[in-house]
Write a protein that binds this ligand. Structure first.
Ligand code: DX5
Ligand code: ZN
Length: 217
């Protein structure tokens, strides 16, 4: 089953609640929330307050993608805000720290994801695989929406799929053409920002990427 996670980074923040309700009505399975700190990535987005406000207006699981240095310092705030899944970057955390984080989130009923940048070799996440529920493969250099999908990520996804039975999410440049590449490689969650929030008809956009993913050529 392919899950679609609209990334609110590309929403109109002046009417975020409405945009989220539209995405939910259009068939979104999760809401992908990009948290950026201006240090790990060259952009600043939102913090726990916004996540908590989103929690009040949506029943969808909140898939929180932390693109921040020192994620451990902020995890509790994002848990309290109502996140369902928290993904941290392997570039920002040690494996020893990840173990403690994994037990903490499990106790609280949340899922833990590990993400890796396009330039980070797969070998970096191997020791973490047994501690996480999800691997988020970046298919662009993180920081901004609207960038082009990097097709070389497909090989990374294939290799992960061979050794990991949890969720594999892809993030960056997902549209009706690239979704199929990601799903054929083994991804089952598609995070997409500009393709969904830039569309006139969100239902159609979601249907198109879901089907692009389903049609395995
Ligand atoms: C990129 C973010 C992505 C981004 C995807 O740093 O992590 O989630 O919103 O946006 P699109 O789908 O427009 O590439
Ligand atoms: Zn993201």
């Amino acid at each position: 089953m392919i899950k679609i996670a609209p990334s609110i980074l590309s929403a109109d923040f002046s009417r975020l609640g409405e945009e989220i309700k539209e995405a939910e009505a259009a068939g979104a399975d999760l809401l992908h929330i990009d948290v950026m700190d201006g240090h790990f990535v060259p952009n600043i987005t939102i913090g726990p307050q916004v996540v908590s406000d989103i929690r009040r207006v949506s029943r969808l699981p909140l898939d929180v993608h932390l693109m921040i240095k020192n994620p451990l310092k902020f995890v509790d705030q994002f848990v309290k805000a109502g996140s369902d899944m928290i993904t941290v970057h392997i570039e920002t955390i040690r494996n020893s720290e990840l173990k403690a984080l994994s037990s903490k989130l499990k106790r609280k009923g949340l899922k833990l994801g590990i993400s890796l940048n396009p330039a980070t070799p797969l070998s970096r996440i191997l020791p973490s695989l047994k501690m996480v529920d999800l691997v988020l493969v970046m298919t662009v250099v993180p920081g901004f929406g609207g960038q082009a999908f990097m097709p070389e990520a497909a090989l990374k996804i294939k290799k992960i799929r061979k050794i990991f039975s949890g969720d594999i999410s892809v993030d960056g440049g997902i549209n009706d053409k690239t979704a199929g590449i990601a799903v054929n490689a083994g991804a089952n969650i598609l995070a997409a920002g500009s393709y969904i929030f830039g569309a006139k008809d969100k239902s159609l956009a979601i249907e198109r990427i879901r089907n692009a993913g389903n049609s395995r050529d």
